[in-house]
Design a protein around this ligand. Structure first.
Ligand code: HEM
Length: 180
């Protein structure tokens, strides 16, 4: 995974829980990187899993909730860094429908080694979008946070529901019901 996923995560942990907790979760994880990341580097996905699980142990906040909180934060990081990709996208559903064939395609041009999920989308009606998340990295909760922030970014409100289609969380249905 790209270093930006790690550097932004550790910054968020430090802002919310202090440097001691950053130190502790790094010390309690087996990290081939030693816990030193650059935003453009590439690191094993397993390292972010360990860091999030150790933060959950340390704070008693469930992993699912931490990934959602981090997804919400990460969307704003992406808007700051890659806002130009969103300029021509008029609303939240259009952005979510464009991830597979536009947004993440542009990301892959920038970072050919980026590990990105796949999304199939279906608009069930004007206010409901169904997405199917597919990824070996099982980060659907991170996607839920990104989607919630995406709605906020466009000044829209709605409910995001997640439903595992496989027990291991590699295939997950996500339904977004917008308020009228
Ligand atoms: C709400 C819209 C978005 C959703 C739901 C989404 C979903 C995701 C998810 C779930 C991952 C984690 C990897 C995985 O699960 O396999 C990811 C990674 C990533 N996404 Fe997106 N994404 C969105 C928008 C964007 C935008 C707008 C950008 C930038 C222009 C972007 C760039 C990236 C990058 C750089 C990574 C990390 C890849 C890596 O570490 O190798 N995403 N995205």
């Amino acid at each position: 995974m790209k270093g930006i996923v790690f550097t932004e995560f550790l910054d968020l942990v430090e802002d919310n829980f202090g440097y001691k907790v950053v130190d502790d979760i790094i010390a309690n994880s087996q990290l081939s990187s030693g816990g030193v990341y650059t935003s453009i580097g590439t690191y094993p996905h397993g390292e972010i899993v360990q860091l999030v699980m150790n933060l959950s142990r340390r704070t008693q906040i469930p992993v699912q909730q931490l990934l959602q909180i981090y997804g919400k934060h990460f969307f704003n990081v992406l808007v700051k860094q890659y806002g130009h990709f969103l300029k021509a996208v008029p609303d939240a559903f259009s952005l979510l429908e464009s991830i597979e064939h536009y947004i993440h395609v542009e990301v892959r041009k920038l970072y050919p080694d980026a590990e990105l999920p796949h999304f199939e989308t279906k608009r069930l009606d004007a206010l409901t979008l169904e997405m199917v998340y597919r990824s070996e990295r099982k980060m659907a909760d991170f996607a839920v946070g990104l989607i919630e922030s995406c709605l906020l970014h466009y000044g829209e409100t709605g409910v995001v529901e997640k439903n595992n289609l496989t027990d291991d969380g590699t295939v997950v249905q996500i339904r977004i019901k917008k308020s009228a």
